[in-house]
Design a protein. Sequence first.
Length: 156
Amino acid sequence: MSFTIAPASPRTDAVRALVHSALDELTLRYGDHGDAESVTWEELIPPTGVFLVARHHGELAGGVAVRTISDPALGIGEVKRLCVRPDLRGRGLARQLMHAVEAWAAAHNFREIYLETGERQPEAIALYRSLDYIAVTHFPEGVPNYPEGFKFFKSL
């Protein structure tokens, strides 16, 4: 199955639909988790961040974001809002999105990236481990995160 993946403005309806879909999924799994405000639209505008949108035959298929965390000169980012449309899961799109966001981050001088997921997302945990993310106990100093979340790190 072929997908196209490209940056999109966080102000577009497509990006907002994907973000709301990701948040709906988190709400189904965790209840009212309050994660809606953990990233702002402005953080997803290059060069400090990006939202990548995947399409299949022109239709929204999924997306992923990365944003700068900490001092931008340090080149540290965080992956946010990885989501794939339920009817397209199991076809490798999440892996393609992660490779694309890592490539974008590396091309924009990110040296390392973090991400966080939870125990009710075993498929995400398996994906990140298969992509050589290393489990860590902490995010960089001063970066908000969930104490109970599973944190991962990758050097680019």
